[in-house]
Design a protein around this ligand. Structure first.
Ligand code: HEM
Length: 448
């Protein structure tokens, strides 16, 4: 007698829902919570002809993050035009594995810790430029901090003039409609000098030209200042070990991806941190008390061992994760929580959904760092930096910047932060930033 096995059912979801995208863009947490309640976890949604299968259940997240190698392939979402064919955020399979093998050591924890003094110096330098008593936004300055930290630590660009030139060039590229070109294929045509495609191509050429100049500079033996950066290791490797190195074009793609992935996310994390410190004065007092008691000024190593500062940063990354979801494109069929998902579909481990589960995080919308002191969470319950083989390459640097940045700012500056009404997250490309940028003034110096 033969036993006929029925294949597992596919995840459920709305058949066609024209309101899905606006609803998701308006409030991704509520939108996904509503769909999970109605269709179960995982559920499926369709967008631009692709099927996304979403889970926020730690068991589902674990299945995605521990999937066998080569389960996932190239992302194929149009972003290769912006980020380059070899970008980590685009490539899959062997190409991605090889790139991570080369890049991971350059971003290792001990290397990042050594950048502590450079991060502190950058925070102090950028904040010293904020005009005293003038209304501004925290985000405008944290964007400068995160950009300058990447330029110094990753690219080895140290001189003020060169930093300013690079930032200008990056902003021209970033503002050149590349994001829209990624989403709308009809924009990918050269229709004259002012067409989005022409502006995009020229701005990309200029930026890649600047990056090539930096690669060449890092190969010069007399380039002492830039020798400790990530790029110096990548650029010099070519001569030492061609098998384990990138072409210059690949290096440019990786540098640009690192800037895109690391700049806005860290800037938003810092701006959110400033908001939460001022939204809850009693929390700010606890942070200051811990700093005064356990970390003397300049003792950057001590910051990594402060439990309340650690819990504060974790809660900042939990409540409004800067990257709300992580996605993987299936190269082969997969079973997620007992449901069949086809090759070509995209699996989504929703950071937002997991971080707002009331069973894990009671009163999930309340900012309460203490929850991270009361219990620990595993990497499938709490994953602001993603997980599995594609976890955030800059996790160490991002956390370092958050801790050093926030500790330096509350220790040294008296701020007036507008907390007259709650600040909500908004989209800044793919990042969830504080809407309005967190309005603030620097009103004085503490411990000058
Ligand atoms: C608070 C700051 C940051 C947050 C919250 C954050 C979060 C994330 C998340 C959620 C992912 C997706 C991971 C996945 O797919 O599993 C990611 C990927 C990535 N991040 Fe970050 N990130 C931060 C800072 C940085 C920094 C400072 C850098 C670089 C200097 C960086 C570089 C990258 C890169 C290159 C990837 C792609 C990794 C890959 O696909 O292999 N990130 N980040």
């Amino acid at each position: 007698m033969s036993i006929i096995q029925t294949p597992p059912a596919t995840p459920l979801g709305p058949r066609f829902d024209p309101l899905f995208v606006p609803r998701y863009l308006r409030d991704p947490v509520k939108c996904y919570q509503g769909l999970a309640e109605k269709y179960g976890d995982p559920f499926a949604v369709s967008f631009q002809g692709k099927r996304f299968v979403v889970t926020g259940d730690p068991e589902g997240v674990k299945e995605i993050f521990t999937a066998k190698p080569r389960t996932f392939g190239k992302m194929d979402m149009g972003s290769e035009l912006m980020l380059g064919e070899d970008s980590l955020l685009v490539s899959g399979g062997e190409v991605h594995e090889r790139a991570r093998r080369i890049l991971n050591p350059a971003f290792g924890a001990s290397r990042m810790l050594a950048y502590g003094p450079l991060v502190e110096e950058t925070v102090l330098d950028v904040f010293s430029r904020v005009p005293l008593g003038r209304a501004t936004t925290a985000l405008a300055w944290t964007q400068l901090i995160s950009m300058e930290v990447i330029l110094k630590t990753v690219m080895g660009i140290m001189r003020e003039r060169e930093i300013a030139d690079f930032v200008e060039c990056f902003q021209r590229f970033h503002g050149s409609a590349g994001f829209w070109i990624t989403f709308f294929p009809f924009l990918r045509r050269d229709l004259g000098a002012w067409s989005p495609w022409r502006r995009f191509s020229l701005a990309r050429q200029a930026l890649y030209g600047k990056m090539r100049e930096q690669i060449a500079a890092r190969r010069r033996p007399e380039d002492f200042a830039g020798q400790h950066c990530v790029l110096a290791q990548l650029a010099q490797r070519k001569e030492q070990d061609p098998e384990k190195s990138f072409t210059d074009e690949q290096i440019c793609d990786h540098l640009f991806t690192i800037l895109m992935a690391g700049h806005e996310s860290t800037a938003s994390g810092l701006a959110w941190g400033i908001y939460w410190m001022y939204r809850h004065p009693e929390i700010r007092q606890k942070l200051l008390a811990e700093l005064d008691e356990k970390a003397s000024p300049g003792d950057l190593d001590a910051l990594s061992g402060l439990p309340y500062l650690d819990a504060f940063c974790k809660e900042t990354l939990r409540i409004h994760p800067m990257i709300p979801d992580v996605a993987r494109r299936l190269a082969v069929p997969f079973t997620l929580r007992g449901r069949r998902v086809e090759a070509g579909d995209i699996l989504v481990a929703s950071i937002n959904l997991a971080h707002h589960r009331p069973d894990l995080y009671p009163e999930p919308d309340r900012f309460r760092p203490e929850r991270f002191l009361e219990r620990s969470f595993n990497q499938y319950e709490y994953f602001p930096f993603g997980g599995g083989e594609r976890y955030c390459l800059g996790r160490g640097l991002g956390l370092l910047e958050l801790k050093i940045g926030l500790a330096t700012i509350i220790r040294r500056y008296e701020l007036e932060v507008d907390i007259s009404r709650p600040v909500r997250p908004t989209w800044n490309d793919a990042v969830r930033s504080p809407k309005g940028g967190v309005k603030m003034k620097v009103v004085g110096l503490r411990n000058p």
